[in-house]
Design a protein around this ligand. Structure first.
Ligand SMILES: Nc1ncnc2c1ncn2[C@@H]1O[C@H](COP(=O)(O)OP(=O)(O)OP(=O)(O)O)[C@@H](O)[C@H]1O
Ligand SMILES: [Mg+2]
Length: 272
């Protein structure tokens, strides 16, 4: 059996790949070594396996650098995060060529053309931005609270649209497109309005950057991974943008664990 562990900026995921089955667990990343050890323990108690059955532990993510050669006597193989994201996203979506986007604490963009996996860029706007600004703007620390608030928000109290400024569409941009996130400074929005505008801004920035990177890399399929894909209003924004764009946005099964799964699959492919 191969275990994959992704020690990310916010969460540490551990996955077990065995006979076509995928078992996953998540814990918060605190100390990276403790997180890896804890995630492995949780995984084994969930899946009912034992350490002796694990051939190797594939480790990826920003915290991977803190681990040595072994964890509890099991060999560790470090997988570069870009490789893990690319392999995870493209195999889960069953797209050998795609732009894979990791929507985590931050956002990373990875181009996959078969065996060729390239880091094409990223942005600091991501899930961490959502949580950080929720706290600074609204005093909200929980994502589910933010999601509930956003459900009652009205974007027109916070954002300026192209129509607000130009009185109608401009070139290829429709009147209801955002001209300026949080740009409507002469209105008094409610906390719900701000919550929705915040989720919307993170969605618009990450999806627009993804779309442009996809076009630059000649990709039609854009695979979205990472735990930000779990946030309901963000999924709704993706749905709303889908009809307006030529790109095919996909959130595959296990999208939240794509990096850990990609790490495990990379090691499995090297030494099956
Ligand atoms: N249950 C959850 N726990 C933590 N974050 C969540 C959860 N559900 C959604 N999120 C959102 O997802 C983000 C974290 O995503 P993810 O766990 O994929 O990132 P990461 O791998 O830790 O970070 P990175 O890849 O940038 O190092 C959080 O910032 C938050 O906005
Ligand atoms: Mg990650």
């Amino acid at each position: 059996m191969i275990v994959g562990i992704d020690i990310g900026g916010s969460t540490t995921d551990a996955v077990l790949l065995h006979a076509g089955e995928i078992v996953v667990v998540t814990i918060e990343t605190g100390d990276p070594i403790a997180a890896a050890a804890g995630a492995l323990g949780k995984l084994l108690s969930t899946a009912g396996g034992s350490l002796t059955n694990i051939r190797a532990i594939a480790v990826s993510g920003g915290g991977a650098r803190w681990l040595k050669e072994e964890l509890f006597g099991v060999p560790i193989v470090k997988v570069p995060e870009i490789t893990a994201i690319g392999v995870g996203g493209s195999t889960l979506a069953e797209k050998p060529s795609a732009l894979v986007v990791s929507l985590g604490t931050g956002t990373a963009l990875v181009s996959v053309h078969g065996e060729k996996i390239e880091h094409v860029g990223g942005t600091g706007i991501g899930g961490g931005t959502l949580l950080g600004l929720a706290r600074h703007l609204l005093g909200v620390t929980r994502l589910d609270t933010l999601e509930r608030m956003a459900a009652h928000g009205d974007l027109s109290h916070v954002d300026l649209t192209v129509g607000d400024i130009a009185g109608g569409p401009v070139g290829i941009v429709p009147a209801n497109a955002t001209a300026s996130n949080f740009g409507k400074v002469r209105a008094d929005p409610t906390p719900a309005d701000k919550a929705l505008a915040l989720v919307n801004m993170v969605a618009e920035v990450t999806l627009t950057v993804s779309m442009m990177a996809a076009r630059a890399q000649q990709h039609h399929d854009v695979v979205l991974t990472g735990k930000l894909t779990r946030v309901q209003p963000l999924r709704e924004r993706i749905e709303a943008m889908r009809s307006r764009r030529g790109e095919n946005f996909i959130i595959p099964p296990y999208a939240e664990y794509a990096t850990a799964i990609g790490a495990a699959r990379t090691v499995n492919a090297i030494a099956p």
